[in-house]
Design a binder for this molecule. Structure first.
Ligand SMILES: Cc1ncc(COP(=O)(O)O)c(C=O)c1O
Length: 307
Protein backbone atom coordinates (compact mmCIF):
# COMPACT_ATOMS: atom_id res chain seq x y z
CA UNK A 1 0.00 0.00 0.00
CA UNK A 2 1.10 3.54 -0.57
CA UNK A 3 2.18 5.61 2.42
CA UNK A 4 -0.12 8.50 1.64
CA UNK A 5 -2.28 10.07 -1.01
CA UNK A 6 -1.02 12.76 -3.38
CA UNK A 7 -2.98 15.40 -1.42
CA UNK A 8 -0.52 14.84 1.44
CA UNK A 9 2.24 16.08 -0.88
CA UNK A 10 0.67 19.55 -0.64
CA UNK A 11 0.64 20.68 -4.24
CA UNK A 12 0.47 24.41 -4.86
CA UNK A 13 -2.88 24.52 -6.63
CA UNK A 14 -4.20 26.45 -8.41
CA UNK A 15 -0.74 27.24 -9.71
CA UNK A 16 0.27 30.93 -9.69
CA UNK A 17 -0.53 33.17 -12.65
CA UNK A 18 2.01 35.98 -13.14
CA UNK A 19 1.75 39.10 -15.27
CA UNK A 20 4.99 39.81 -17.12
CA UNK A 21 6.20 42.91 -18.84
CA UNK A 22 7.71 42.04 -22.21
CA UNK A 23 7.93 44.63 -24.97
CA UNK A 24 7.80 41.98 -27.70
CA UNK A 25 4.18 41.37 -26.67
CA UNK A 26 3.27 44.81 -25.30
CA UNK A 27 4.08 46.58 -28.56
CA UNK A 28 1.38 44.47 -30.25
CA UNK A 29 -1.14 45.19 -27.50
CA UNK A 30 -0.84 41.64 -26.15
CA UNK A 31 -0.77 41.05 -22.40
CA UNK A 32 1.40 38.08 -21.41
CA UNK A 33 0.71 35.91 -18.37
CA UNK A 34 2.82 32.99 -17.20
CA UNK A 35 0.87 30.08 -15.74
CA UNK A 36 3.46 28.74 -13.32
CA UNK A 37 2.68 25.02 -13.31
CA UNK A 38 6.42 24.53 -12.69
CA UNK A 39 5.72 25.66 -9.11
CA UNK A 40 3.06 23.03 -8.31
CA UNK A 41 5.50 20.65 -6.62
CA UNK A 42 9.33 20.49 -6.51
CA UNK A 43 9.47 16.88 -7.77
CA UNK A 44 6.19 16.43 -9.65
CA UNK A 45 6.61 19.48 -11.81
CA UNK A 46 4.01 21.03 -14.07
CA UNK A 47 1.96 18.71 -16.19
CA UNK A 48 3.59 15.76 -14.41
CA UNK A 49 1.55 16.49 -11.32
CA UNK A 50 -1.63 16.96 -13.29
CA UNK A 51 -1.16 13.68 -15.15
CA UNK A 52 0.31 11.49 -12.45
CA UNK A 53 -1.91 12.40 -9.50
CA UNK A 54 -5.06 10.75 -10.96
CA UNK A 55 -3.03 7.72 -12.04
CA UNK A 56 -1.52 7.32 -8.58
CA UNK A 57 -5.00 7.44 -7.10
CA UNK A 58 -6.24 4.80 -9.55
CA UNK A 59 -3.20 2.55 -8.95
CA UNK A 60 -4.12 2.29 -5.25
CA UNK A 61 -0.60 1.48 -4.21
CA UNK A 62 0.16 -1.03 -6.96
CA UNK A 63 3.59 -0.76 -8.55
CA UNK A 64 3.72 1.67 -11.48
CA UNK A 65 5.27 0.80 -14.82
CA UNK A 66 5.92 3.44 -17.41
CA UNK A 67 8.00 4.20 -20.50
CA UNK A 68 10.39 6.85 -21.71
CA UNK A 69 13.59 7.86 -23.44
CA UNK A 70 16.89 8.35 -21.65
CA UNK A 71 16.10 11.97 -20.73
CA UNK A 72 12.38 11.61 -20.10
CA UNK A 73 10.91 14.15 -17.67
CA UNK A 74 8.02 11.76 -17.22
CA UNK A 75 10.26 8.88 -16.08
CA UNK A 76 11.92 11.12 -13.50
CA UNK A 77 8.58 12.38 -12.22
CA UNK A 78 7.20 8.84 -11.94
CA UNK A 79 10.28 7.74 -10.02
CA UNK A 80 9.94 10.72 -7.67
CA UNK A 81 6.24 9.96 -7.13
CA UNK A 82 7.18 6.40 -6.23
CA UNK A 83 9.70 7.60 -3.66
CA UNK A 84 7.33 10.15 -2.16
CA UNK A 85 4.39 7.78 -1.91
CA UNK A 86 6.20 4.53 -1.18
CA UNK A 87 5.10 2.92 -4.46
CA UNK A 88 7.52 0.67 -6.42
CA UNK A 89 8.25 1.95 -9.94
CA UNK A 90 9.64 0.36 -13.09
CA UNK A 91 10.84 2.40 -16.05
CA UNK A 92 10.99 0.72 -19.44
CA UNK A 93 13.62 2.71 -21.32
CA UNK A 94 14.01 3.07 -25.09
CA UNK A 95 17.43 1.86 -26.26
CA UNK A 96 18.78 -1.54 -25.39
CA UNK A 97 22.32 -0.28 -26.01
CA UNK A 98 22.00 2.01 -22.96
CA UNK A 99 21.95 -1.01 -20.67
CA UNK A 100 25.73 -1.40 -21.01
CA UNK A 101 26.62 2.27 -20.61
CA UNK A 102 26.94 4.42 -17.50
CA UNK A 103 23.56 5.93 -16.66
CA UNK A 104 23.06 9.54 -17.69
CA UNK A 105 22.11 12.06 -14.96
CA UNK A 106 18.38 11.74 -15.68
CA UNK A 107 18.36 7.95 -15.36
CA UNK A 108 20.69 8.18 -12.38
CA UNK A 109 18.07 10.35 -10.69
CA UNK A 110 15.41 7.75 -11.53
CA UNK A 111 17.36 4.95 -9.89
CA UNK A 112 18.23 7.15 -6.90
CA UNK A 113 14.47 7.53 -6.44
CA UNK A 114 14.14 3.75 -6.41
CA UNK A 115 12.99 3.16 -9.97
CA UNK A 116 13.99 -0.17 -11.50
CA UNK A 117 15.06 0.29 -15.13
CA UNK A 118 14.46 -2.17 -17.95
CA UNK A 119 16.06 -1.33 -21.30
CA UNK A 120 14.51 -2.50 -24.56
CA UNK A 121 15.40 -2.17 -28.22
CA UNK A 122 13.87 0.64 -30.23
CA UNK A 123 11.68 -1.51 -32.48
CA UNK A 124 10.07 -3.32 -29.52
CA UNK A 125 9.65 0.07 -27.88
CA UNK A 126 7.67 1.30 -30.89
CA UNK A 127 5.40 -1.77 -30.62
CA UNK A 128 4.63 -1.37 -26.91
CA UNK A 129 1.04 -0.26 -27.65
CA UNK A 130 0.29 -3.77 -28.93
CA UNK A 131 -1.28 -5.67 -26.00
CA UNK A 132 0.68 -8.86 -26.75
CA UNK A 133 4.00 -6.99 -26.90
CA UNK A 134 3.15 -5.14 -23.69
CA UNK A 135 2.20 -8.34 -21.89
CA UNK A 136 5.49 -9.97 -22.94
CA UNK A 137 7.44 -6.91 -21.82
CA UNK A 138 5.78 -6.84 -18.41
CA UNK A 139 6.40 -10.53 -18.03
CA UNK A 140 10.08 -10.18 -18.95
CA UNK A 141 10.41 -7.37 -16.41
CA UNK A 142 8.57 -9.32 -13.67
CA UNK A 143 5.90 -6.63 -13.56
CA UNK A 144 2.78 -8.47 -14.71
CA UNK A 145 0.54 -7.12 -11.90
CA UNK A 146 1.61 -3.50 -12.17
CA UNK A 147 -0.42 -0.44 -13.07
CA UNK A 148 0.70 0.69 -16.54
CA UNK A 149 1.02 4.39 -17.32
CA UNK A 150 1.76 5.06 -21.01
CA UNK A 151 4.73 7.01 -22.38
CA UNK A 152 4.43 10.69 -21.49
CA UNK A 153 1.76 9.71 -18.94
CA UNK A 154 -1.04 10.54 -21.38
CA UNK A 155 -3.94 8.21 -20.70
CA UNK A 156 -7.60 9.14 -20.18
CA UNK A 157 -7.07 9.70 -16.44
CA UNK A 158 -4.20 12.07 -17.15
CA UNK A 159 -6.10 13.97 -19.82
CA UNK A 160 -9.02 14.47 -17.43
CA UNK A 161 -6.51 15.64 -14.79
CA UNK A 162 -5.19 18.26 -17.22
CA UNK A 163 -8.71 19.68 -17.70
CA UNK A 164 -8.22 21.27 -14.28
CA UNK A 165 -5.41 23.39 -15.78
CA UNK A 166 -7.92 24.76 -18.29
CA UNK A 167 -10.48 25.41 -15.56
CA UNK A 168 -7.88 27.37 -13.57
CA UNK A 169 -7.43 29.63 -16.61
CA UNK A 170 -11.13 30.35 -17.16
CA UNK A 171 -11.79 34.12 -17.09
CA UNK A 172 -8.04 34.87 -17.08
CA UNK A 173 -6.92 34.58 -20.72
CA UNK A 174 -8.20 34.68 -24.29
CA UNK A 175 -5.54 32.39 -25.70
CA UNK A 176 -3.43 29.76 -23.91
CA UNK A 177 -0.12 28.52 -25.30
CA UNK A 178 1.54 25.31 -24.21
CA UNK A 179 4.14 22.84 -25.43
CA UNK A 180 3.05 19.44 -26.77
CA UNK A 181 4.80 16.09 -26.84
CA UNK A 182 2.10 13.42 -26.75
CA UNK A 183 -0.69 16.03 -26.77
CA UNK A 184 -2.30 14.81 -23.55
CA UNK A 185 -1.94 18.11 -21.74
CA UNK A 186 -3.48 20.02 -24.67
CA UNK A 187 -6.35 17.51 -24.93
CA UNK A 188 -7.26 18.07 -21.28
CA UNK A 189 -6.50 21.77 -21.02
CA UNK A 190 -8.70 22.60 -24.03
CA UNK A 191 -11.58 20.68 -22.47
CA UNK A 192 -11.36 22.77 -19.30
CA UNK A 193 -11.44 26.19 -21.00
CA UNK A 194 -14.63 28.27 -21.34
CA UNK A 195 -16.33 28.93 -24.68
CA UNK A 196 -14.50 31.86 -26.30
CA UNK A 197 -11.09 30.80 -25.00
CA UNK A 198 -8.72 28.88 -27.25
CA UNK A 199 -5.52 26.90 -26.89
CA UNK A 200 -2.47 26.65 -29.14
CA UNK A 201 -0.30 23.56 -28.66
CA UNK A 202 3.25 24.03 -29.90
CA UNK A 203 4.60 20.68 -31.02
CA UNK A 204 8.21 19.96 -30.03
CA UNK A 205 8.25 17.01 -32.44
CA UNK A 206 8.67 17.00 -36.19
CA UNK A 207 5.61 15.67 -38.02
CA UNK A 208 1.91 16.24 -38.50
CA UNK A 209 0.41 13.48 -36.36
CA UNK A 210 -0.40 15.45 -33.21
CA UNK A 211 -3.79 16.82 -34.24
CA UNK A 212 -5.05 13.27 -34.78
CA UNK A 213 -3.45 12.15 -31.51
CA UNK A 214 -5.11 14.96 -29.51
CA UNK A 215 -8.48 14.12 -31.09
CA UNK A 216 -8.02 10.47 -30.17
CA UNK A 217 -7.06 11.39 -26.58
CA UNK A 218 -10.17 13.58 -26.24
CA UNK A 219 -12.32 10.79 -27.64
CA UNK A 220 -10.87 8.37 -25.08
CA UNK A 221 -11.12 10.79 -22.14
CA UNK A 222 -14.37 12.63 -22.89
CA UNK A 223 -16.12 10.62 -25.62
CA UNK A 224 -15.65 13.31 -28.28
CA UNK A 225 -14.02 16.61 -29.23
CA UNK A 226 -13.80 19.36 -26.61
CA UNK A 227 -12.79 23.02 -26.68
CA UNK A 228 -11.18 25.24 -29.29
CA UNK A 229 -7.59 24.23 -29.95
CA UNK A 230 -5.02 23.79 -32.68
CA UNK A 231 -1.53 22.39 -33.01
CA UNK A 232 1.26 24.66 -34.22
CA UNK A 233 3.83 22.54 -36.05
CA UNK A 234 6.43 25.08 -37.15
CA UNK A 235 8.54 25.42 -34.01
CA UNK A 236 10.09 21.99 -33.40
CA UNK A 237 13.62 23.30 -34.19
CA UNK A 238 14.62 20.09 -35.91
CA UNK A 239 12.74 17.63 -33.69
CA UNK A 240 12.53 16.26 -30.20
CA UNK A 241 15.37 17.36 -27.90
CA UNK A 242 17.01 19.47 -30.60
CA UNK A 243 18.14 22.75 -29.08
CA UNK A 244 19.97 24.75 -31.75
CA UNK A 245 21.97 27.83 -30.75
CA UNK A 246 19.19 30.25 -31.73
CA UNK A 247 16.74 28.56 -29.35
CA UNK A 248 19.31 28.35 -26.54
CA UNK A 249 20.06 32.08 -26.95
CA UNK A 250 16.34 32.87 -26.90
CA UNK A 251 15.89 30.85 -23.69
CA UNK A 252 18.93 32.51 -22.02
CA UNK A 253 17.52 35.92 -22.90
CA UNK A 254 14.03 35.03 -21.60
CA UNK A 255 15.56 33.84 -18.34
CA UNK A 256 17.42 37.12 -17.95
CA UNK A 257 14.43 39.28 -18.80
CA UNK A 258 12.00 37.54 -16.48
CA UNK A 259 14.03 35.59 -13.91
CA UNK A 260 12.27 32.41 -15.00
CA UNK A 261 14.23 29.14 -15.38
CA UNK A 262 13.33 28.06 -18.94
CA UNK A 263 13.17 24.34 -19.67
CA UNK A 264 14.72 23.97 -23.14
CA UNK A 265 13.07 20.92 -24.73
CA UNK A 266 9.46 22.05 -24.38
CA UNK A 267 8.95 25.40 -22.69
CA UNK A 268 11.57 27.30 -24.73
CA UNK A 269 10.00 26.19 -28.03
CA UNK A 270 6.56 27.24 -26.84
CA UNK A 271 7.75 30.68 -25.67
CA UNK A 272 9.67 31.21 -28.91
CA UNK A 273 6.54 30.32 -30.88
CA UNK A 274 4.40 32.77 -28.90
CA UNK A 275 6.87 35.60 -29.55
CA UNK A 276 7.03 34.73 -33.27
CA UNK A 277 3.24 34.45 -33.60
CA UNK A 278 2.76 37.75 -31.77
CA UNK A 279 5.29 39.47 -34.00
CA UNK A 280 3.51 38.02 -37.05
CA UNK A 281 0.25 39.64 -35.88
CA UNK A 282 -1.50 36.38 -34.96
CA UNK A 283 -3.15 37.96 -31.89
CA UNK A 284 -5.48 40.95 -32.03
CA UNK A 285 -4.64 43.95 -29.83
CA UNK A 286 -6.04 43.54 -26.30
CA UNK A 287 -5.53 39.77 -26.37
CA UNK A 288 -4.50 38.25 -23.05
CA UNK A 289 -2.15 35.36 -23.72
CA UNK A 290 -1.30 32.81 -21.03
CA UNK A 291 1.85 30.74 -21.54
CA UNK A 292 1.84 27.49 -19.56
CA UNK A 293 5.21 26.91 -17.90
CA UNK A 294 4.81 23.15 -17.92
CA UNK A 295 8.26 22.18 -16.68
CA UNK A 296 11.55 23.30 -15.19
CA UNK A 297 15.12 22.76 -16.38
CA UNK A 298 16.90 19.59 -15.37
CA UNK A 299 20.64 20.27 -15.08
CA UNK A 300 22.52 18.14 -17.61
CA UNK A 301 19.56 17.44 -19.88
CA UNK A 302 19.38 21.03 -21.03
CA UNK A 303 21.45 21.08 -24.16
CA UNK A 304 21.41 17.38 -24.84
CA UNK A 305 20.51 16.01 -28.22
CA UNK A 306 19.90 12.54 -26.76
CA UNK A 307 16.42 11.10 -26.96
C1 LIG B 1 8.04 20.23 -19.61
C2 LIG B 1 7.02 19.57 -20.48
N1 LIG B 1 6.12 20.34 -21.11
C3 LIG B 1 5.19 19.80 -21.92
C4 LIG B 1 5.15 18.44 -22.15
C5 LIG B 1 4.15 17.91 -23.12
O1 LIG B 1 3.15 17.19 -22.56
P1 LIG B 1 2.25 16.22 -23.42
O2 LIG B 1 3.03 14.95 -23.61
O3 LIG B 1 1.04 16.02 -22.61
O4 LIG B 1 1.96 16.88 -24.73
C6 LIG B 1 6.06 17.59 -21.50
C7 LIG B 1 6.00 16.14 -21.72
O5 LIG B 1 6.78 15.37 -21.31
C8 LIG B 1 7.04 18.18 -20.66
O6 LIG B 1 7.97 17.43 -20.03
Amino acid sequence: MSRSSTAALRPRLPSPLADVDDDRFARHGVRLLLKRDDLIHPDLIGNKWRKLAPNLAAAQGRALVTFGGAYSNHLRATAAAGRLLGVPTLGIVRGHELADRPLNPSLTRCTADGMRLHFIDRSTYREKGDPAVLAALLDAASAADSFVVPEGGSNALAVRGCAELGRELQDHADVVGLACGTGGTLAGLAAGLSPGQRAIGVSVLKGDFLTADVRALQEEAFGGPRGDWRVEERFHFGGYARVPAELAAFADDFEQRHGLPVERLYVAKMLYALVALTEAGAFAPDTTLAAVISGAPFEDAQSSTSR
